[in-house]
Unconditional design. Structure first.
Lengths: 157, 197
């Protein structure tokens, strides 16, 4: 009984959310990695993240891999003449000196063929492949279906 | 001073020209068209998840927030429905004057995947509607919105949907009041609704 209460207590007091963790790779700083909870595993999930390139050279996000989904892909929501579509993005530019956001209504990872339903509070690792920085793994926090982004105490978001 | 015959003719011609010009100015003014444009009243008759037919007339007296989407949509649709859910929460005791609708533009697949569990995950007040192809087209035509199936070998089931991502607000008399373009913050939608309720 006690360990259950203790772990519940720890879960509630785990203040620094996973989505607020920062991973660095060379000139890149990656944080705010989050996803939305899903109903079951038959619908695709989403992946959002922020990448800051402090270097002098442009980089690009080329792909995403995760154990959470059999077919993760980069997509871009485009609204053209009042119609939204979601074409596959071959790469996401990460220009020098800028922060690039995979965010609602923009670039995002589409996680198809989910291994398991994503539950709020869960997390899963995602490996991002960059043209220059190589492969970087970050923990992705599953927020509620109604989330519009993580709330982090540090700057950004 | 005696005017010569030629001078008289010239003066008369000049006078006539002036008259013609004046007349032209008077009659050339476009007659204002009568501004009694009929109100735009989009309508629908679509089954809900239980198969019961629901129609626009049923929601007379309420403000109706309409979103066209599909449940397999990972980005635009959850983002918008999350905003709608926030608006409904923030409306408090006036929430019963607003009916949010999610109209599927991918009805066959959405009925299979489950319409109610999807809308309920955002807010219990959101009513999901999914008709057959003809009912869906008729509704889209009535709302003057666009949707299309996009073949995409990489997408689930080999296709995705493109669609108008705005939220539409229908008034208590069924009149189209306005649209909120994709990405309008929940607070703006809330403020607009509060000014009307």
């Amino acid at each position: 009984m006690k360990p259950i209460i203790l772990s519940a207590f720890l879960a509630l007091t785990a203040v620094p959310a996973i989505a607020c963790e920062t991973v660095t790779a060379g000139d890149l700083t990656i944080d705010h990695a989050w996803s939305r909870a899903t109903i079951g595993a038959s619908r695709p999930a989403v992946f959002y993240v922020e990448i800051t390139n402090a270097g002098a050279a442009d980089d690009a996000l080329l792909g995403i891999a995760t154990t959470a989904a059999g077919m993760p892909m980069l997509h871009q929501t485009q609204v053209t003449d009042g119609v939204a579509s979601m074409p596959h993005a071959l790469s996401v530019p990460v220009p020098a000196g800028q922060t690039t956001a995979l965010a609602p209504g923009s670039y995002h990872g589409m996680l198809m063929r989910l291994t398991n339903p994503l539950k709020e509070g869960d997390s899963f690792p995602a490996s991002l492949t960059f043209q220059n920085a190589g492969e970087v793994t970050i923990n992705v926090e599953v927020l509620s279906m109604r989330a519009e982004g993580p709330t982090c105490s540090h700057a950004g978001q | 001073m005696q005017l010569t015959r030629l001078q008289k003719i010239l003066w008369a011609a000049a006078g006539l020209a002036l008259l013609c010009y004046g007349a032209l100015l008077l009659f050339e003014k476009p007659v204002p068209a009568p501004q009694v444009e009929a109100p735009f009243r989009p309508t629908f008759t679509l089954p809900d998840a239980d198969g019961r037919l629901r129609s626009s007339a049923e929601f007379a007296g309420k403000h109706v927030l309409v979103f066209f989407g599909f449940t397999n949509c990972p980005d635009v649709c959850p983002t918008t429905l999350a905003e709608v859910a926030q608006v409904m929460d923030d409306l408090g005791d006036r929430a019963d004057q607003v009916q949010p609708l999610f109209i599927s533009i991918d009805p066959e697949r959405d009925r299979k995947l489950g319409l109610d569990e999807f809308t309920a995950a955002f807010h219990p007040s959101i009513l999901g509607l999914a008709g057959d192809a003809a009912q869906t087209s008729a509704t889209a035509d009535s709302f003057r919105i666009h949707f299309a199936r996009e073949d995409d070998a990489a997408a689930p089931d080999g296709y995705s949907m493109s669609h108008s991502p705005s939220l539409y607000l229908i008034g208590p008399e069924g009149d189209w009041l306005r649209q909120f373009t994709y990405g309008t913050p929940a607070s703006e939608i809330l403020a607009d609704l509060q000014s009307r309720l």
